[in-house]
Design a protein around this ligand. Structure first.
Ligand SMILES: [Zn+2]
Length: 222
């Protein structure tokens, strides 16, 4: 019974490990949320780039219009000509600034695009790994479940053959101590390593149900 319970415990541990591995999608979820925020960043940067391009076109159009007034020959008033020249100068300064902004945005877009591309590749790898893990671990999980069911069936059959008082003692110790039945080796209980009186272990050897005076575990000798 003790060996069976140890086997059951071991299988249950393995089963929960396998289940953990099967459901562990933390890396994938993290990569997905990283990709979502990169896409958002990209969208924002592209919008900014577009509006910078429009603003730049507006500035160039304004400069064209003023230049045609300046050099078209219609405006002859010197004062107005000076003002128009000043205006063109100001607009040209604005154009240079806008061009710098636009270049910055273009390289930002490229950078975020590259980062998003890396994340997509990472995500694909993670998905592949996930699928491989599912493929190998799912059959293992079923195997363990079958074994567990067999062990539990065996345990039920065995429990019926054990005297109920002894079984109750066994179950009680198992719940508090984990392992209920331990070996006596060189006169010591292997559960708590305290010396077992000779009379006690001799009875245990004879097949009586003897418990350790110190830890209450059921003792056996080979
Ligand atoms: Zn003991």
């Amino acid at each position: 019974m003790q060996q069976l319970d140890l086997d059951i415990q071991e299988r249950q541990q393995e089963l929960s490990e396998v289940e953990n591995q099967l459901s562990d999608d933390k890396a994938m979820v993290a990569a997905e949320s990283r990709l979502a925020s990169q896409k958002q960043q990209l969208e924002d940067a592209r919008k900014e780039q577009k509006s910078a391009e429009w603003e730049l076109e507006d500035l160039q159009e304004k400069i064209r219009q003023i230049n045609s007034k300046l050099y078209g020959g219609k405006t002859r008033d010197p004062k107005e000509l000076v003002n128009l020249e000043k205006e063109v100068k100001g607009l040209k300064v604005q154009t240079t600034t806008k061009e710098d902004t636009l270049l910055g945005l273009m390289s930002l877009v490229e950078e975020v695009e590259a980062r998003a591309k890396t994340t997509v590749a990472e995500l694909n790898n993670l998905k592949k790994e996930w699928e491989q893990r599912q493929e190998t671990l799912r059959p293992r999980k079923s195997e363990i479940e079958v074994e567990l069911a067999e062990f539990k069936g065996e345990r039920e059959r065995l429990a019926k053959r054990i005297e109920s008082e002894a079984f109750n003692i066994y179950e009680r110790i198992r719940l508090t101590r984990g392992q209920a039945v331990v070996k006596v080796e060189r006169g010591r209980c292997l559960g708590c390593h305290i010396t077992v009186p000779t009379s006690q272990w001799q009875k245990a050897k004879a097949g009586d149900l003897i418990q350790c005076n110190n830890c209450s575990r059921i003792l056996y000798l080979e």
